[in-house]
Design a protein around this ligand. Sequence first.
Ligand SMILES: [Zn+2]
Length: 168
Amino acid sequence: MALEIGTDVPWNAAWSGEESYEVRPCRHVSGRLALWSPHRPGAGRPIFARPHMVRQRRSIAEMRCTVCGEVTIESARWWFPRGDWIGEYWMSTEGPVHSGCAELALHTCPTLRKTAKPPIRFPSGARAILALVGGAATERDFGIKVLGRRIVGHLKLGWREPEFLTAD
Ligand SMILES: [Zn+2]
């Protein structure tokens, strides 16, 4: 049975047929150099645990739902609060979701069901933050030599005062 994107597999998940990396300017980070993979959703098998690099940045830059890929409007924008403190910001690579899509994801994804806190209204005050890649891990994981270049990996969301963490 064919897997359907947006139902069986989230829009932002990478597929094994997309697993090759290059460095290219990316329009989702103002044309900066960024890790790039081909866009071939449906090719090979889905890799649920790993978002596709370009779609991940796009979901944050355009506030697209990570499950269905459609733009979320502010009044109907939900979010799984997953992240960590890095310096002065609580940062996350999670893009927003629609509430119906969040329910679907919780229903179909065992990892999410086990580990995720329930989705919340998308918290205000977020800044988009560029996460640069570098070091030995970049060469090992992506086969990319950084060579002193500033290369963006994920686009993150960061909050200086993440009041949603203490809301409950
Ligand atoms: Zn959606």
